[in-house]
Write a protein that binds this ligand. Structure first.
Ligand code: GAR
Length: 208
C-alpha cells in the first residue's frame, strides 16, 4: 500500500475526486494519508478533515529564503513517509531539493493539453482565459510527473474537452474539471500505485 500525500492551495475539487475514487475502491494500492496546504484557509483542508485525513499547513511567506522553505517542505513530506506526492491545485513553486527527493514520484494535474497553455504563469483560471483568447476549439487536462521544468515533466494521461462558442473562463474551467481533471488525476494515481507507469526519459508507458 503506497502512502499518498496531497498538496493543495484552494477549493480542493481534485482532492475530492481522489477521495471519492479511493472510497469507490478505485485506488486499491494507495491511501491518502495527509493533505498539506499552502493556504490555511483552503477549503481543501475542510474536505480532508471531513474524511478523517490528517492535515498540515506550510506557508512560503513564513520563510525568509526559498531554500529554507524548500527544505522544510521536503522534511514535512518525508516525515509523512510519502511514496507519492500529488499536486492537486498546489499554487506554490516547488524547489530543486523537493523535486529531486521525489523524482517521478510527484504527479501534477494541469488544466490544459500540455504543451499548450502551460509553463510559468499558467495556473488556474488564467489557463482558460488564454485558451479562449487563442480561440482553440479543443482543450483539456494533463496529468504528468513533475521535474525541474515548469509543466515539463513526463506526461502520464491527457483528456481532450470541447470548447464551446460563448464559453467564459469559469464555464470552461468547470467543463475541463468535470470531463477531464476529476477523471484522469485519480486514474493516474491508481496506475502509479499499481506500479503500472514505466518512465523512460520524458516518455511514459502505461502497462495496463
Ligand atoms: C485545477 O483546475 C487545477 O488543474 C489547477 O488549479 C485548479 C485547482 O482546483 N492547477 C493549476 O493550474 C496548476 N498549474 P481545485 O483546488 O478545485 O482542485
Amino acid at each position: 500500500m503506497k502512502n499518498i500525500v496531497v498538496l493543495v492551495s484552494g477549493g480542493g475539487t481534485n482532492l475530492q475526486a481522489l477521495i471519492d475514487a479511493q472510497n469507490r475502491g478505485e485506488i486499491s494500492n494507495g491511501k491518502i494519508t495527509c493533505v498539506i496546504s499552502s493556504n490555511p484557509n483552503a477549503y481543501a483542508l475542510t474536505r480532508a478533515a471531513n474524511n478523517g485525513i490528517e492535515t498540515a499547513v506550510i506557508r512560503r511567506g513564513d520563510f525568509n529564503e526559498f531554500s529554507l522553505y524548500d527544505e522544510a517542505l521536503t522534511k514535512l513530506v518525508q516525515s509523512k513517509n510519502a511514496d507519492l506526492v500529488v499536486l492537486a491545485g498546489f499554487m506554490t513553486i516547488l524547489g530543486k531539493g523537493f523535486i529531486s527527493a521525489y523524482e517521478n514520484k510527484i504527479i501534477n494535474i494541469h488544466p490544459a493539453l500540455i504543451p499548450s497553455f502551460c509553463g510559468e504563469g499558467y495556473y488556474g483560471l488564467r489557463v482558460h482565459e488564454e485558451a479562449l483568447k487563442k480561440g482553440v476549439k479543443v482543450t483539456g487536462a494533463t496529468a504528468h510527473f513533475v521535474n525541474e521544468i515548469c509543466d515539463g515533466g513526463p506526461i502520464i494521461l491527457q483528456k481532450a474537452v470541447e470548447v464551446k462558442f460563448g464559453d467564459t473562463p469559469e464555464v470552461l474551467q468547470k467543463r475541463v474539471m468535470e470531463q477531464a481533471e476529476w477523471k484522469i488525476l485519480p486514474r493516474a494515481v491508481a496506475l502509479f500505485c499499481d506500479d503500472k507507469i514505466k518512465v523512460n526519459g520524458n516518455i511514459t508507458e502505461i502497462l495496463d
